[in-house]
Design a protein around this ligand. Structure first.
Ligand code: NAD
Ligand code: MG
Length: 387
């Protein structure tokens, strides 16, 4: 039996993780499950899997969680401190699928105790990649990427990292792949959230429409794999069947293919270092027809160029980038700014947030401070924008 925890169990990645764990009750002992406001789902998951602890991020929801778990044997706790304490409980395998910057500190705490940290929270690598990797090395924790592209790259590299020439990150292009700038300027959150291929949480879906998700993934690739920024390319592949590719010094390319189903990368991380049966659809190439590719339009999707700036600057600029992007997304969801304004705000925040003299390997305090500064700056900048 392996002791496993899932942080962010009620989200899109979390529910897929629970689905895989629930299929093999004889293999897993569930320690901690965490969630946010969806108390009903969290309690249901905890009861189904017989979890030791269920934790909601919201203190005021503790009575509801306690009531929902009465008589079940699962202990209910709540609030940020309870979440971090739960992250300290020893496990063999832990998934961090919390969304946003809130995931970084959880990842850092999990990295101190887990044997394997399965990481879906890309913000951890974008904001604190150097720090997180150093904690993993110090505690002999294996860090496995769960983002589908990074899982694909990891599987393609398969230990041959010394002879990698380039990494080709595929992007679906999202719902606005062929939309005009005029259409994008007027896009609503409802239009932006409708991803053509992947069924994901609200925030990452909108980030896919703006290609901020791909920008985050560029930085994530740079943080996770041992390559230079100029070795990473982005290519649009609207069918989302090739999840990414790795090119070697002999010109050979390895690609990872599969249906767009997050249970594939989650299951790979769950079964690592073995491979085991997964309930994912098998591809039929005759039915698939053509796989197509095109270069991203940097004019309509400026996020990619902003990620290149971040990789060149390093240090705290990933934290500034992510915070500005998260803040801009909140403003867009509140309909205070337009869809294209998100990139404008991130660009200006990067330009004008003072993080000079920054450390190349910042600690959590420095990262948190940069995050706070960038959020405040992004709000300030948004006041000059009229929707
Ligand atoms: P989601 O919004 O569906 O779920 C987020 C989870 O985090 C929920 O359980 C929620 O309760 C919890 N949460 C939210 N804010 C929190 C906070 N402040 N403190 C503690 N818990 C909090 O998100 P998702 O789509 O599952 O994405 C999760 C992470 O995985 C993100 O970083 C995302 O970028 C990444 N990711 C998601 C997908 C996908 O298919 N959804 C694919 C690749 C990577
Ligand atoms: Mg991805």
């Amino acid at each position: 039996m392996r002791r496993v925890s899932v942080f962010g169990a009620t989200g899109s990645v979390g529910q897929n993780t629970i689905d895989l764990i629930a299929r093999r009750p004889e293999d897993f002992e569930v320690v901690v499950l965490t969630g946010g406001r969806n108390i009903g789902l969290l309690a249901e998951q905890a009861q189904q899997l017989g979890a030791e602890f269920a934790v909601t991020a919201h203190t005021e929801l503790l009575p509801d969680l306690q009531a929902a778990l009465a008589g079940s044997g699962t202990k209910a706790t709540a609030g940020r401190e309870a979440l971090l304490a739960a992250a300290d409980i020893p496990t063999d395998w832990a998934m961090v699928s919390v969304v946003g910057f809130a995931g970084l500190e959880i990842s850092l705490r999990v990295a101190e105790q887990a044997r394997v940290l399965a990481l879906a929270n890309k913000e951890s690598l974008v904001c604190g990649g150097t720090l997180l990797k150093s904690v993993c090395i110090r505690h002999e924790t294996t860090l496995l990427p769960v983002d589908s592209e990074h899982s694909a790259i990891f599987q393609c590299i398969n230990g041959q990292d010394k002879v990698v020439e380039r990494i080709i990150l595929t992007a679906s292009g999202g719902p606005f792949l062929n939309a005009s700038l005029e259409h994008m300027a007027k896009a609503t959150p409802e239009q932006a959230v409708a991803h053509p291929n992947w069924d994901m949480g609200q925030r990452i879906s909108i980030d896919s429409a703006s290609m901020f998700n791909k920008a985050m993934e560029l930085i994530e690739t740079y943080a996770f794999f041992d390559v230079r920024a100029d070795q990473i390319e982005v290519i649009i592949h609207p069918q989302s069947i090739i999840h990414s590719m790795v090119g070697y010094t002999d010109g050979a390319l390895m690609a990872h293919l599969g249906p767009p189903d997050m249970r594939a990368p989650i299951g790979f991380a769950l079964n690592w270092p073995e491979r085991a049966d997964l309930p994912v659809e098998r591809l039929d190439f005759g039915t698939l027809g053509a796989l197509t590719f095109q270069h991203p339009d940097t004019n309509r999707f400026p996020a990619i160029a902003l990620a290149e700036q971040v990789m060149a600057r390093g240090g705290l600029s990933g934290a500034v980038f992510n915070a500005a992007k998260e803040q801009a997304l909140d403003l867009f969801l509140d309909r205070r700014i337009g869809f294209l304004d998100m990139a404008r705000i991130v660009e200006k925040t990067l330009e004008s947030t003072q993080i000079e003299g920054q450390d190349s390997a910042p600690n959590l305090d420095a990262i948190t401070q940069a995050d706070n500064m960038a959020r405040a700056r992004a709000v300030e900048l948004s006041k000059d924008i009229n929707v």
